[in-house]
Design a protein around this ligand. Structure first.
Ligand SMILES: Nc1ncnc2c1ncn2[C@@H]1O[C@H](COP(=O)(O)OP(=O)(O)OP(=O)(O)O)[C@@H](O)[C@H]1O
Ligand SMILES: [Mg+2]
Ligand SMILES: [Mg+2]
Length: 665
């Protein structure tokens, strides 16, 4: 039947179709879409998203600073849960907007998606803002937002709630010595939940990082003491200003680490110097290598953190990789050719900050930079500097090169090890001589019978289905493995044969994927010796190949318990009940009926063994499982199986249904 055929009644449901007409298509106006689907704008409504609101407002002030119009920003958290960001920039325009003469530009910016001054590159060269949504999204998701603008010696103010203006922009006084924008907002509990709070410890890191990303700005931090928890060491006030930029920050982070170079490789290149005056922006970086702390890379574009990296980061690592390889060639170190990007990045602690015109990010939270050109710009800008740096400091350069060569060698050695391991696994297995294998080449549906004794092995060999049933006769008793050291384990021939036949190694080297059979079936006599062997085997599997049991590969065969003979005719009974039934029905022979408790598998001929114990259509198997619900059960089980009294084990194995579950398979 074709997969696209619709059930007939789908066509009858006219009502459903009528109800879904043009009126069901909604066009969300203004800021409604933001409140309906915050995820699209801030990546969700969780804590990360909540803190992203501050990032949006702060980014706008940073853009103003990077554009050269502001040099001071203040961030304050107040006890009422509000956040205030103030800058001394140009101030958001407040004059009427040419397209909407009744509204100020301020209102248009805050109440309209995709309204902004960063589309053309005229007011801002390399801004973090680019979509014209940030400020309006914060407004939409705040139950209160107040924006104050000091411009033209006047102070203006407009208030909003959930994206709706509470009135027009108003002049509220004179501001003779002031300019800039102040945004105060309170995240809406309807969106973020009643318990949502801006966390000082989370915000101060962001605030600090902005300061070292742009050395031309000073950021003042203030936080109500009541917001700082007992074990929290976030300061209530701080001033961040890093004239040394990223190099300062890296030095601070690597203060306690030993590094391969005394001084980091750090620098800053204006793209215009290299690519002509029309190329706006620059790249700044700082990196050092250390064996003592985990490698990290923090990358940014236009002060926006890009935790998922992107083109700028890729270009940076390309420069470093090519530089170090070239240096190796120059100094006659042939192994340098083996170094890859991973080797260069491993152990490298790097800060990369690019400023480019019209960056393209993936999504509004801007986690990854997608601008293709950034890769080329950054790579070419960094490359020359790296070459010079290496040449100018041979001691550091040598140490870093040696370290990367070592990383490359380790990586190659690991790969070689993996490859040989794989080769030996796929190489034709050496199988023990006494294994009677089945003919199927795949594992699916195959069974390996572990058979006690040679005589039973003989009839089992004839009784089996040679396509999927294999046999491994086990001679004598296997070593009592529970107490044995693992060296003893590997010396035991029976166990070695068993492992080889199964295709797996015991202990930590066990790999379920290598198992050669689907079902491992222990088939021993229904007597004390048989029970002992079965228990030894189960203990072995339990302690050395536990996943084999956990994944349901281990079974016990259930040979019959009674044989009833009458005048040359024999039948077998699995239990008392079946025996009684057979006796009552009669087995169809003549003369005296003899009932014997069945002893060994060897007593049965191949046909009987097949019918009672091996043929999947007639037999019963007990699947060995471990009951995890009962604490102490497994340890207890091993105790019982391995205890001194063999009768107990026999009893346990033949009767304990908690441990072993009877299944018809
Ligand atoms: N502190 C500020 N100082 C001056 N102008 C600002 C300030 N904050 C916002 N603006 C103006 O408001 C516009 C809209 O800001 P908004 O954050 O909504 O969008 P954006 O920054 O352009 O882009 P993005 O959505 O990527 O943040 C900005 O483009 C800028 O012109
Ligand atoms: Mg913005
Ligand atoms: Mg906007």
């Amino acid at each position: 039947m074709a997969g696209t055929t619709e059930p007939a009644d789908l066509f009858q449901d006219d009502a459903a179709q009528t109800a879904y007409d043009a009126s069901s298509i909604e066009v969300l106006e203004g800021l409604e879409p933001v409140r309906k689907r915050p995820g699209m704008y801030i990546g969700g409504t969780d804590e990360r998203a909540l803190h992203h609101l501050v990032a949006e407002v702060l980014d706008n002030s940073m853009d103003e600073a990077v554009a050269g119009h502001a040099n001071r920003i203040e961030v304050e958290l107040t006890a009422d849960g509000c956040c205030t960001v103030r800058d001394n920039g140009r101030g958001i325009p407040v004059d009427p907007h040419p397209k909407f003469p009744n509204k100020s530009a301020l209102e248009v910016i805050l109440c309209t998606l995709h309204a902004g001054g960063k589309f053309s590159g005229k007011s801002y060269a390399t801004s973090g803002g680019l979509h014209g949504v940030g400020a309006s999204v914060v407004n939409a998701l705040s139950d209160s937002m107040i924006v104050e603008v000091a411009r033209n010696r006047e102070l203006y103010r407009q208030s909003f709630s959930r994206g709706v203006p509470l009135g027009p922009v108003e002049k509220v006084g004179a501001a003779p010595n002031r300019r800039g924008t102040t945004v105060t907002f309170h995240p809406d509990a309807l969106i973020f939940g009643e318990s949502a709070r801006l966390k000082p410890s989370r915000l101060i890191g962001m605030v600090r990082s902005k300061a070292y990303l742009f050395s031309g700005v000073e950021i003042r931090w203030k936080c109500a003491p009541s917001l700082i928890g007992e074990k929290d060491d976030t300061p209530t006030e701080a001033v961040f200003h890093f004239p040394g930029g990223l190099a300062d920050y890296l030095a601070e982070r690597l203060e306690k680490a030993s590094t391969y170079s005394d001084k980091p490789f750090a620098g800053r290149v204006q793209f215009a110097e290299k690519f002509g005056k029309d190329t706006a922006g620059y790249v700044e970086w700082a990196i050092n290598w250390t064996p003592s702390i985990d490698a990290f890379v923090n990358s940014y574009c236009n002060t926006i953190p890009t935790p998922q990296g992107g083109t700028h980061e890729f270009g940076f690592w390309s420069a470093v990789l090519k530089g170090i390889r070239a240096y190796g060639e120059l100094t006659g170190n042939r192994k340098a050719a083996n170094i890859t990007r991973d080797d260069v990045m491993g152990g490298g602690c790097a800060m990369i900050s690019a400023f480019i015109r019209e960056p393209e990010f993936v999504g509004q939270t801007k986690d990854r930079l997608a601008t293709t050109d950034a890769q080329r710009l950054v790579e070419l800008a960094v490359r020359d500097h790296f070459d010079n740096w290496l040449a100018g400091d041979p001691k550091s350069a040598g140490a870093i090169l040696d370290y990367m060569v070592l990383k490359a060698e380790e990586r190659l050695a690991r790969r070689a090890e993996k490859e040989t391991a794989r080769k030996s696994a796929t190489k034709k297995l050496r199988l023990p001589g006494k294994l009677v294998d089945c003919s199927t080449s795949t594992r699916d549906g195959t069974e390996l019978f572990l058979v006690e004794g040679d005589s039973a092995g003989g009839s089992a060999k004839m009784a089996r289905d040679r396509r999927n049933q294999a046999l491994l006769p086990l001679r004598g008793k296997i070593l009592n493995v529970l107490g044995a050291a693992s060296s003893k384990l590997t010396q035991n021939q029976e166990l070695n044969d068993l492992c080889q036949a199964l295709g797996v190694a015991p202990g930590s080297k066990f790999r379920l994927d290598d198992l050669r059979y689907d079902k491992i079936i222990i088939m021993t006599d229904a007597d004390v010796d048989g029970a002992h062997i079965a228990s030894l085997l189960m203990t072995f599997f339990f302690t050395q190949m536990r996943p084999l049991i956990d994944h349901g590969h281990l079974y016990l065969a259930c040979p019959p318990l009674f044989r009833i003979t009458q005048g040359g005719k024999s039948v077998y009974a699995r239990d008392e009940e079946e025996k009684d039934r057979l006796l009552a029905e009669g087995i169809g022979g003549r003369g005296k009926i003899e009932i014997s408790r069945f002893k060994g598998l060897g007593e049965m001929d191949a046909k009987d063994l097949k019918e009672t114990t091996m043929n999947p259509a007639r037999r019963q198997l007990i699947q060995v499982t471990i009951d995890e619900d009962e604490p102490g059960e497994t340890g207890d089980l091993v105790e019982r199986l391995m205890g001194k009294k063999p009768e107990m084990r026999f009893q346990y194995i033949s009767e304990n249904a908690r441990f072993a579950e009877v299944v018809d398979v």
